[in-house]
Design a protein around this ligand. Sequence first.
Ligand SMILES: [Zn+2]
Length: 245
Amino acid sequence: MKLSIFFIILVIVPIIFFGTISSNVKEVNIVEQNVYKPEVKKEDNNNYDKVVALTFDDGPSKYTNDIIDTLSKYNVTATFFVIGINLNTKYTDTFNKLIKNGNEVGIHGYSHKEFTKLKMDKVLYEIDYTKKLLNGLGIEPKYVRPPYGSINIKIKEQIEYPIILWNVDTLDWKYKNAQKIYDNSIDDIKDGGIILLHDAYLSSVKVLDLLIPKLQSEGFKIVSISELFQIKGVSPQSGQIYRFI
Ligand SMILES: [Zn+2]
């Protein structure tokens, strides 16, 4: 009798007790795994050794909204250089979401005319009028990108914004095919680079699902122009041309 009580205390009770604990531990582990997964993803996004800026020209358009959603899906940001003539109150919600998600807007002229073929007062009008339209949407642009990247010393000196060009031309407007755009640009993307895309084609939306995961897996953080300046410790200067930072 004594021996069986002894057996129950020493053998059965511990089995029940530790068995319960160990099953609790398993449950805790499962819960922790579920909680921990997004944490790991967040760490991965901060754990970068290279940085590159993503830019979109010629919008807004019917594709801009999808681009903003895709950027958000990968927790990345971009700069949108818009054309004044495209600005319209129907894009109010798009712009609100764009800014809320940490993206930014720059000036790409009013009518997409080549600055070097215009008189100086027309160039300044292209910039100032687009700025006014953006201000009407509650946006203060910080950069100018001249259409076609066309600029000269005389114009450069008159522009009261940092002038942002690019060093990775995806040629998305030419290929209009996500795989071709990806193949054309992936090897050119380096630390501090500025990538040129256009929110004017469906293929430029689709290529993001190829480019972004690949770049993130290679240790790139993908950001807007302002974030690129900030991360690189460079203070943007008016009238200066930046192709990479
Ligand atoms: Zn353009």
